[in-house]
Design a protein. Structure first.
Length: 264
């Protein structure tokens, strides 16, 4: 069902009535399967649909002086171009990172839906505000954190957002990104990304192998990342149980452990 993850996502933000859930279930849509790197919309395009992510990951990105910067990552249940209901012309690209499946819903239907449902209008408006909050956190991540915290923060955030829609199992989630994708998210070179991921691995915090990320000590990873999930504005039942101590309370010990030679 195209709207299933969207319903789960909105339920994590605000309760939906059965009538509102049925409206989402019965939305007219066109399901489309995307290959890695295939575009949903390009900068300058005029949008006539909104895309719901059903499976896989989409990214918002922009090329600046020949370098690609990933501006946002969208997981199942997200609507990466919801803003095009009011801002019709795209100011960045949206494309697939790895294979993905989306459902395209006409603007005309969504506009009528929101005019007739105050609850859904509130839910979608809240969703755009959460998207803005995530954007602010990403600006802080790129501008103020070092490489280790930056990369750890991305893993923590994706785990929290995937957990909301049931795609985090035993602290594992699928991530079909390449190291170049992660470099484009974090504003780092692939060489720097490789070194940073290896440091997290040597510290016993993560494994990233075969397109699957495993978080071994999630609370300690959150400490390294300085990850405080309040900016995701999840309901109490969906908020990760992470207690993050003051900044720097764990970092020194982790770095020392990570630099020790690996034992056989």
């Amino acid at each position: 069902m195209p709207a299933q993850k969207l319903i789960e996502r909105l339920q994590a933000l605000i309760g939906l009535s059965e009538a509102d859930r049925n409206k989402l279930v019965n939305m007219p849509n066109t399901v489309k399967t995307l290959a890695d790197g295939e575009y949903v919309l390009r900068e300058g395009d005029r949008a006539f649909h909104c895309a719901i992510v059903m499976n896989g990951f989409l990214v918002g990105q922009k090329v600046v002086r020949g370098r690609n910067q990933i501006l946002s990552v969208y997981v199942p249940g997200d609507v990466p171009d919801l803003h095009t209901l009011h801002l019709l012309r795209m100011d960045h690209d949206v494309c697939s990172a790895g294979p993905s499946t989306i459902a395209l819903v006409p603007h005309t239907f969504l506009s009528n839906l929101l005019m007739n449902s105050p609850t859904l209008t509130h839910a979608f408006w809240r969703e755009t505000l959460v998207d803005a909050a995530i954007c602010r956190e990403w600006v802080a991540n790129l501008g103020s954190r070092d490489a280790l915290s930056r990369v750890a923060h991305v893993f923590c955030e994706l785990a929290a957002r995937l957990e909301v829609v049931g795609l985090l199992q035993n602290d594992q989630f699928r991530l079909p990104f390449t190291q170049q994708n992660l470099a484009d998210v974090c504003g780092l070179s692939t060489v720097h990304i490789n070194r940073t991921v290896q440091e997290l691995r040597r510290g016993g915090l993560i494994e990233w192998k075969g397109g699957v990320v495993t978080l071994f000590r999630r609370t300690e990873l959150a400490r390294v990342a300085e990850f405080v999930p309040e900016y995701l504005h999840l309901s109490d039942g969906k908020r990760p149980e992470i207690r993050t101590p003051p900044v720097g309370a764990f970092r020194g010990d982790f770095r020392n452990e990570a630099r020790k030679p690996a034992t056989q």
